[in-house]
Design a binder for this molecule. Structure first.
Ligand SMILES: NC(=O)c1ccc[n+]([C@@H]2O[C@H](COP(=O)([O-])OP(=O)(O)OC[C@H]3O[C@@H](n4cnc5c(N)ncnc54)[C@H](O)[C@@H]3O)[C@@H](O)[C@H]2O)c1
Ligand SMILES: [Zn+2]
Ligand SMILES: [Zn+2]
Length: 383
């Protein structure tokens, strides 16, 4: 089969690989029909995540058709159209039974902090991902769900990560009616967080980024106010001035490990790997939120410490909530919102590329070129 493979920082290409086999009775093999590139993939692409090996296939946002099932799979049959959440989880451990699907205890022998994620290095279990013609799906009765017949395939793809993660970011913010909510990062995740903030009663939603076309998108798609942090002297001061010097009620960090905006943080994290990620946007959240407010962190960071302003968070009495999104937990409500037309997840899709051109997709997404918000990759199925 054809599959995207990592060759080293900034280098990906499509290679021939074996079609994955059933390794365990509860596995399914899914023939991928639509996959996406995520901002999280960029952290891999830039060599920011530990234990990423040459030859690994990325891709944790994908949908497809069941191609084969193991002998103990009961809920899926060959030919079913399925959407697969980015978390690999067993469904029955201490954490899964509490809905913490992203923290499953049984799927990642390489780390105790995080569960399994498709195509996200050996530190997340070493599972090959779905930017390929076929992918192995462990615990096939637990994660995947048949795509409802009324749901569009691209909407389903966006519901495997970006949309539920943005929604989850707003949920973690514990938004109350009338709250001022600030979202840092106008990528797909931040855009969905901003849109979801309204659904949870926000009175004002402000999106921060430094890429103008993305801020324009945030105004159109999420009806948010926007601010380009490079156009003001000090974004934290600007936030104070626009909130009567109280600060925002809720700040959502949807940027993660490669935040721009402070040279020292960028060099110590991205260049020298002395931090688990640049906490610029996270520190701006801590500084911009009011005393007693909530900071929701959905941007991804590596396992090393980062120079986070914890003392200020402590002294301001902040609530900090964070996790990888437990996608399956978000589905029932999000399916309703999509069916009722409240959300149209595929609105963020800007590019559709054949799998063979995936290197171009990474280039566009990484450098934020050609108005790119979310690129999809479509395998052509030569097998
Ligand atoms: N928690 C989860 O489950 C989960 C799931 C998906 C993605 N993520 C993470 O969410 C983050 C965003 O993902 P995405 O797909 O939207 O990525 P993206 O790369 O498309 O968007 C990130 C945006 O942040 C902007 N940015 C950079 N520095 C900034 C700063 N200091 N302040 C404000 N904005 C800044 C960039 O210009 C960019 O537009 C990534 O870190 C990704 O790994 C987490
Ligand atoms: Zn992702
Ligand atoms: Zn589990």
């Amino acid at each position: 089969m054809r599959a995207m493979v990592y060759r080293g920082p900034g280098r990906v290409r499509v290679e021939e690989k074996d079609i994955p086999a059933i390794e365990h009775p509860n596995d399914a093999i899914v023939k991928v029909t639509c996959a996406a590139i995520c901002g999280s993939d960029l952290h891999l692409y830039h060599g920011m995540m530990p234990d990423l090996r040459v030859g690994h296939t990325f891709g944790h946002e994908f949908v497809g058709t069941v191609h084969a099932v193991g002998s103990s799979v009961e809920q899926l049959a060959v030919g079913d159209r399925v959407m697969v959440p980015f978390n690999i989880c067993c469904g029955s451990c201490f954490f899964c039974s509490r809905g913490l699907y992203s923290n499953c205890h049984n799927v990642n022998p390489n780390a105790s902090a995080i569960g399994g994620i498709y195509g996200y290095s050996h530190s997340c279990g070493g599972y090959d991902g779905g930017q390929a013609e076929y992918v192995r799906v462990p615990f096939a009765d637990v994660g995947p769900t048949p795509i409802p017949e009324w749901m569009d395939e691209e909407d389903a793809t966006m519901l495997t990560d970006a949309c539920p993660t943005g929604y989850f970011g707003a949920q973690l913010g514990e938004i109350r009616e009338g709250d001022v909510v600030v979202v840092f990062g106008a990528g797909p995740v931040g855009l969905f967080a901003a849109k979801s903030a309204w659904l949870m009663g926000a009175g004002r939603v402000i999106v921060v980024d430094h890429i103008d076309y993305r801020l324009e998108f945030a105004r159109q798609f999420a009806h948010a106010e926007t601010i380009n942090f490079t156009q003001v002297d000090d974004i934290v001061q600007w936030m104070k001035e626009t909130t009567e010097f109280l600060g925002a009620d809720v700040c959502i960090e949807a940027v993660g490990a490669e935040a721009d905006g402070a040279f020292f943080q960028h060099v110590t994290s991205a260049k020298f790997k002395l931090q688990g990620g640049s906490p610029v946007a996270l520190n701006w959240c801590i500084d911009s939120v009011r005393k007693g407010g909530t900071v929701s962190v959905i941007g991804a960071f590596g396992p090393l410490f980062s120079a986070v302003k914890f003392g200020d968070a402590m002294n301001k009495g902040l609530t900090i909530r964070t996790n990888q999104c437990p996608v399956k937990r978000q589905w029932p409500r999000l399916f309703e919102h999509v069916r009722n037309g409240v959300l149209k997840p595929s609105d963020v899709v800007t590019h559709r590329l054949p799998l063979e051109e995936i290197a171009e997709g990474y280039h566009l997404m990484s450098n934020k070129l050609d108005g790119c918000i979310k690129p999809l990759v479509i395998p052509s199925h030569t097998h």
